[in-house]
Design a protein around this ligand. Structure first.
Ligand SMILES: [Zn+2]
Length: 171
């Protein structure tokens, strides 16, 4: 990048702005995007209000289009090194659910076995270590609840102390 030039004109709004106001672009000659951050933010906001933008956001979050039925996914979040695991259910895409668990563990003052396990390392390490996998896809909440309870039971028998679920305790 040319370090002598400290400003650049945005090709969208025309303003001359500091280079820090532009996102990086590996394909551009000066290493910066054509439009400034503010213009890109505005364009993204406008796009998110269009039907196509809403559909894209829905697909990203739920993994299906908005006119498809929303499945309830029963999942396992686990650490392959320690074999700790947690069974849960979500209507969201599992990568989204996984990010939520990580965010909650490191930003909220909430005590749970899963959050405590996630907090044993830094957030970055936890993010690269912990995996999530789909165990079952259900169309009704009742089915998801009973399958989840069953799987937690199996997990507790198979892994005893390494199952991070506190509810549905085995008696
Ligand atoms: Zn601009």
């Amino acid at each position: 990048m040319n370090t002598t030039k400290r400003t650049k004109a945005c090709t969208k709004c025309g303003s001359e702005k500091p280079v820090a106001d532009f996102h990086k672009s590996s394909s551009a000659k000066d290493g910066l995007q054509w439009h400034c951050k503010a213009c890109i933010k505005l364009a993204n906001k406008q796009y998110s209000k269009t039907a196509e933008g809403k559909e894209t956001a829905h697909r990203k979050r739920y993994g299906c289009s908005s006119d498809e039925p929303r499945y309830i996914r029963v999942y396992r979040m686990y650490n392959p090194d320690t074999l700790e695991s947690y069974i849960g259910q979500s209507i969201r895409r599992l990568s989204v659910r996984r990010s939520e668990h990580l965010k909650d563990a490191f930003t909220r003052d909430h005590e749970s076995l899963l959050h405590n396990a996630l907090r044993k390392t830094t957030r970055e390490e936890a993010a690269s270590l912990w995996k999530i996998e789909e165990l079952c896809r259900c169309t009704s909440k009742a089915a998801a609840d009973s399958i989840e309870a069953l799987l937690i039971g199996c997990e507790k028998v198979a892994k005893s102390g390494l199952c991070l679920n506190t509810h549905h305790a085995l008696r």
